[in-house]
Design a protein around this ligand. Structure first.
Ligand SMILES: CSC[C@H]1O[C@@H](n2cnc3c(O)ncnc32)[C@H](O)[C@@H]1O
Ligand SMILES: [Zn+2]
Length: 431
C-alpha cells in the first residue's frame, strides 16, 4: 500500500467537531484508511498548527473564464453576457481555454479546492488540464443554441452528449461528466426533449443554469404557464443526480420539487450579488431537504475562485435574505461547501471519515486573523481566506505543498494566461 500520512494537525470531523489526529490515506484507492494515532506513511505532510478539513468543493464554475477576470463588470447578467462576454467568447481559441483552465486550476488548488463542476467549451482539453492538475471534476460542454440554425444547434447537443460519453472516467476516474445545456432559455426545448433521454440511457446526469434572474423566469411563465422548474420537470430535466446552478428565483412549489426529485442546487452568492441577480432562499431550501453546494461561477462574475470568500458570502447574504441572523449558520455553510458540493457532483468526498476519498485541505491557523481560535468552524465560515491553505490533497496525492502547486508550474501558467488573455481581447475587439 502506498500511503500519505498527514501528521500533527487538528481534524474537522463530519459532525463539525474538531480533534487532534493524524490522517492516513491510501494513494492506490485514493481513500482515507485511518484517522487518529495512525501508522507512519511513505510520504508525510506536516499539519502542525493547522486544521485539516475536507477539500472544498466548487460545484459550479467556468474555469477558463479566469482569462476574462475583470474584463467586464457592473452589468446585469443578460447585458453582461450579450454585450461583453459572448462576443469575446466567440473569439476563443482552444489554446486560450487551455491556458485559462490551467490558471483556474492553480488558483483553485491553492485555495483548497479539490473538486469542481465545470461547464465550458473544448472539454477534451479541459479534461486533460484538470487531470494533469490533479483536480477531481464533473465537466460538460456548455450547450447554447440561441442564434444558431437547426444544424448547428443539433451539432452542439451532439457534442455535449459525445463529451459526456467519451470523457467520463478520464484521469483514473477523477473526471466525470454531465450533459450541460446552458439554461432553460438558451438551449432549444425540442432538442432537450430529444437528447435528455439519450443522456439518461448513457447514465449521464444533467447540469444547467436555472432561475438565475427574474428576466429569465418571466418568459417561461408567460409562454408555458408554469414555473421554470416545473417546465424543466416536464422536459425530464429533474432527476436524481442532476443539479442546477443558482436557483435564485424559486418559489415554494419549485423548492419542494427539487427536494422531491433529489436535485441539488449550486448556490453562487458572489455572482448573484455582483450581477444583482437576487438573493437565493437557501435556508428555505435547506429546511426543505434540498442539497446545497456553494460555487464561485466563473471568475468574470466573482472575480476570484476562492471558496472561503463564497462561504462567507453565503452566510452573510443568507442571513440578510432570511432576515434572520441564525440562518446559514457556520456549520451549515461549511457543510454545504464540502459535503453538499461533493454530493451534487456525485463524489464520495467532502467529509473526513475512514473509507471516504482522501480529498483534503490543510489550513494554517497560526495567523493573526485566526487568533484566538475559539471555534474552528466559525473561522472557516467567517475568517479563513484561501491564502491560509497550506497544503491540498486529492485522492491521497499532495497537489499543493507549502503553498506550492506540485502539478503545474505556477509562474509559467501565469505568463501563458497573460499572453492568451491579451491576444484574445485583441482578436475579439479587432485591434
Ligand atoms: C456555454 S458554456 C457556459 C456559458 O455560461 C456563461 N456564463 C458565465 N456565467 C454565467 C452565469 O452566471 N449565468 C449564465 N451564464 C453564465 C459563460 O460565459 C459561457 O458562455
Ligand atoms: Zn455559470
Amino acid at each position: 500500500m502506498s500511503t500519505l500520512q498527514i501528521t500533527g494537525g487538528t481534524v474537522l470531523r463530519p459532525d463539525m467537531t474538531a480533534r487532534e489526529a493524524d490522517v492516513l490515506a491510501d494513494r492506490e484507492t485514493g481513500r482515507i484508511v485511518e484517522i487518529g494515532d495512525t501508522a507512519a506513511g511513505e510520504e508525510t505532510l506536516d499539519a502542525s498548527g493547522c486544521l485539516v478539513v475536507p477539500g472544498l468543493v466548487n460545484p459550479h464554475c467556468h474555469v477558463a473564464m479566469t482569462l476574462l477576470r475583470g474584463y467586464a463588470d457592473d452589468k446585469p447578467l443578460d447585458a453582461w453576457l450579450r454585450e461583453d462576454i459572448w462576443p469575446v467568447e466567440a473569439a476563443l481559441e482552444p489554446g486560450d481555454i487551455e491556458a485559462g483552465t490551467r490558471l483556474g486550476a492553480v488558483e483553485l488548488l491553492k485555495n483548497g479546492v479539490t473538486a469542481i463542476g465545470d461547464m465550458y467549451f473544448e472539454m477534451p482539453t479541459v479534461a486533460d488540464v484538470l487531470g494533469e492538475a490533479g483536480l477531481r471534476a464533473r465537466i460538460g460542454h456548455g450547450i447554447v443554441t440561441v442564434g444558431k440554425d437547426d444544424a448547428d444547434a443539433r451539432a452542439d447537443f451532439e457534442e455535449g452528449l459525445a463529451v459526456a460519453r467519451d470523457l467520463d472516467g478520464a484521469a483514473d476516474g477523477r473526471i466525470r461528466t454531465a450533459l450541460m445545456p446552458h439554461s432553460l432559455t438558451t438551449a432549444d426545448a425540442d432538442l432537450v426533449e430529444e437528447f435528455v433521454p439519450r443522456a439518461r440511457d448513457a447514465g449521464v446526469p444533467l447540469h444547467y443554469h436555472a432561475n438565475e434572474t427574474r428576466e429569465e423566469v418571466e418568459p417561461i411563465v408567460e409562454d408555458h404557464g408554469v414555473r421554470p422548474l416545473e417546465y424543466a420537470d416536464d422536459l425530464g430535466m429533474l432527476e436524481d443526480g442532476d443539479f442546477i446552478a443558482h436557483g435564485v428565483h424559486v418559489d415554494r412549489t419549485e423548492i419542494e420539487l427539487l427536494a422531491d426529485r433529489d436535485v441539488g442546487v449550486a448556490h453562487c452568492p458572489a455572482s448573484n450579488m455582483k450581477l444583482a441577480s437576487g438573493i437565493a432562499p437557501v435556508q428555505t431550501m435547506l429546511d426543505a431537504g434540498v442539497t446545497v453546494g456553494i460555487g464561485t461561477d466563473g471568475a468574470a462574475s466573482n472575480n476570484d475562485l476562492d471558496p472561503f470568500d463564497e462561504l462567507r458570502d453565503a452566510a452573510m447574504v443568507g442571513k440578510l435574505g432570511a432576515d434572520d441572523a441564525a440562518a446559514l449558520a457556520a456549520p451549515e455553510v461549511v457543510r454545504a461547501a464540502t459535503e453538499g458540493g461533493a454530493e451534487l457532483l456525485g463524489f464520495d468526498a467532502g467529509r473526513i471519515e475512514e473509507g471516504a476519498l482522501a480529498d483534503l485541505a490543510v489550513v494554517d491557523f497560526e495567523k493573526p486573523h485566526l487568533t484566538p481560535a475559539h471555534d474552528p468552524v466559525s473561522h472557516l465560515a467567517y475568517a479563513v481566506r484561501g491564502s491560509d491553505v497550506e497544503h491540498t490533497v486529492v485522492g491521497g496525492e499532495v497537489v499543493v505543498r507549502n503553498r506550492r502547486v506540485q502539478t503545474l508550474d505556477e509562474a509559467a501558467v501565469r505568463r501563458e494566461a497573460e499572453a492568451h488573455a491579451e491576444a484574445l481581447i485583441r482578436r475579439a475587439e479587432g485591434n
